[in-house]
Design a protein around this ligand. Structure first.
Ligand SMILES: *Cc1c(COP(=O)(O)O)cnc(C)c1O
Length: 204
């Protein structure tokens, strides 16, 4: 089986909760809101070189500079304009910012992310940008009650990743699976699961 990275989703939890998870051996943390994340990154600056900070929530263009300067990964890229700004604003002294494209894999009208048909063109364009590295795809499928139905959107995201690889893109990341559907996601080839409440407890 593939190895699976655990991204601890620390949104709404304190910097101290992140510090405890780090002490227990965790290294990768996911946040939805830029300002909340920056407060924690500042509070944990003594651990900065040991932690990877991932933005998993929506990113508006007026926030790209601070994200390019302070984060390690962005999972929620869904427009070329955002990726271009991140590429322009990523400081030259830092390693490339690691990116995933967010795909609206269940086709929900209310969800952010690209339609699957839009993914190949954006992937080629993002892969050509400097100072960022396209790693793969991210999705938040529509909730489903049983594992069999949970597996279908994850399987579709995996197939989309494989088709991009078939077009010559060097991609290694399938960011899929949350507390409620992480088993289904791993069964379908997730390489990174984003887990919040199953680690930190219910959000208030
Ligand atoms: C909150 C969130 C998670 C974690 O959700 P849990 O159900 O707490 O595991 C994962 N991914 C994204 C994009 C989120 O917003």
């Amino acid at each position: 089986m593939q190895s699976v990275t655990l991204l601890c989703v620390s949104k709404t939890f304190s910097a101290d909760a992140v510090r405890e998870a780090h002490a227990a051996g965790e290294r990768c943390f996911g946040e939805n809101y830029v300002q909340e994340a920056l407060d924690k990154i500042d509070a944990l600056s003594d651990l900065r070189t040991q932690l990877e900070w991932h933005l998993i929530g929506p990113l508006q263009s007026n926030k790209t500079r601070v994200v390019a300067e302070r984060f390690d990964w962005v999972h929620s890229v869904d427009r070329l304009k955002i990726a271009q700004r991140l590429a322009e604003q990523r400081p030259a002294g830092l390693p490339p910012l690691q990116l995933c494209l967010q795909v609206n894999i269940s086709g929900e009208a209310s969800k952010s992310g690209l339609a699957p048909a839009e993914v190949p063109a954006l992937a080629q364009a993002v892969a050509a940008l400097p100072r960022v590295r396209l790693r793969g795809l991210m999705a938040i499928p529509e909730p489903a009650a049983d594992t069999a139905s949970q597996r279908m959107p994850h399987r579709a995201l995996h197939a989309l990743l494989e088709s991009l690889r078939g077009q010559g893109l060097d991609l290694d990341t399938l960011s899929m699976g949350m507390s409620a559907d992480l088993e289904a996601a791993v069964l379908e080839g997730a390489t990174l699961v984003r887990v919040g409440s199953a680690i930190f407890g219910a959000r208030g």
